[in-house]
Design a protein around this ligand. Structure first.
Ligand code: DGL
Length: 288
């Protein structure tokens, strides 16, 4: 079933995450596709997704996606590994527009590893997903792939605690079992973690390669837009707009810090913002 309005090359790209992590993907999209207008929606009122059920995450992703489509998106990027695992297929069934999801870089990690041991850091929801199991089964081969659930890291990024003693303690705890068995590659399986990359690299040491798939997602989006004749010609001045389901002022401060430039954040929409859990579950039943 497709419920897309007519897709126009000049329309914006809709990017979503549970919070501010997807901004790491937005930065890659902006770098590769500078002529495109971007809408960024953070479901901050329901963060983190990593400790919620897949059904709840699917409801939220469908609701936020519908709001982005209402705002005119011509393509959707689920800039969240946890949301991709739970909901990307339901979005593809619902919309004919390009829908791009995240996938931890297990394949490049395994291919590039010299020690034969690779660690993947992810949220609990992503680490325990069938998507993660399938990825590891598909690409691990003879290599040892260790998947680590990392509760608390998303919240540290949302608190702007990018390099604090508590974040360091959590990361040391999550990295130790991976590094102790000789991992030479660490995969960032959550879009919040690129904001912790300097700390992860420092704690891992110079012999460890850190892999993030944000750039690959931007390339995939470029390919799909090109294929669909949806690339913006560059005629109109590109715009970026940011939305949240939580209070806007703290989010504006957080987004500005992570992006390194001052941005404004708007409420996603009165409808999404005020939706009751009952309405959400009605909606999810209607769309799945
Ligand atoms: N950025 C999301 C991801 O990539 C974080 C999910 C969460 O909110 O726990 O998985």
């Amino acid at each position: 079933m497709s419920i897309d309005a007519e897709l126009m090359p000049g329309s914006p790209i809709g990017i979503m995450d549970s919070g501010a992590g997807g901004l790491s993907v937005l930065q890659q999209i902006k770098a590769l596709l500078p002529h495109e207008s971007l809408l960024y929606a953070a479901d901050s009122a329901h963060l983190p997704y990593g400790d919620k059920t897949p059904a709840f995450v699917r409801q939220r992703v469908n609701t936020v996606a519908a709001a982005l489509v209402e705002l005119g998106a011509k393509a959707l990027v689920v800039a969240c590994n946890t949301a991709t695992a739970a909901a990307v297929e339901s979005l593809r069934e619902r919309y004919a527009m390009p829908v791009v999801g995240m996938e931890p870089g297990v394949k490049p990690a395994v291919q590039g590893s010299r020690s034969g041991v690779v660690g993947i850091l992810a949220t609990a929801g992503m680490a325990g997903s069938s998507r993660m199991t399938e990825l590891v089964q598909r690409f691990a081969g003879e290599r040892q792939v260790i998947v680590r659930a990392c509760p608390g890291l998303v919240e540290q990024v949302e608190r702007q605690a990018l390099d604090t003693p508590e974040t360091t303690r959590l990361l040391q705890q999550y990295l130790a079992p991976v590094l102790e068995v000789g991992a030479d590659t660490v995969v960032l399986g959550c879009t919040h973690y690129p904001f912790l990359r300097p700390l992860i690299e420092r704690l891992s040491g110079p012999g460890v390669r850190v892999i993030d798939t944000g750039e690959a997602v931007a390339r995939r989006l470029h390919h799909l837009l090109q294929q669909g004749g949806l690339l913006n010609s560059g005629a109109a001045e590109p715009q970026m707009r940011f939305y949240t389901t939580a209070a806007t002022r703290p989010q504006a401060e957080l987004f500005s810090r992570l992006l390194g430039s001052t941005v404004e954040v708007e409420p996603l929409s009165a409808r999404v913002f005020n939706q009751s859990p009952e309405e959400l579950s009605d909606e999810s039943q209607a769309t799945t």
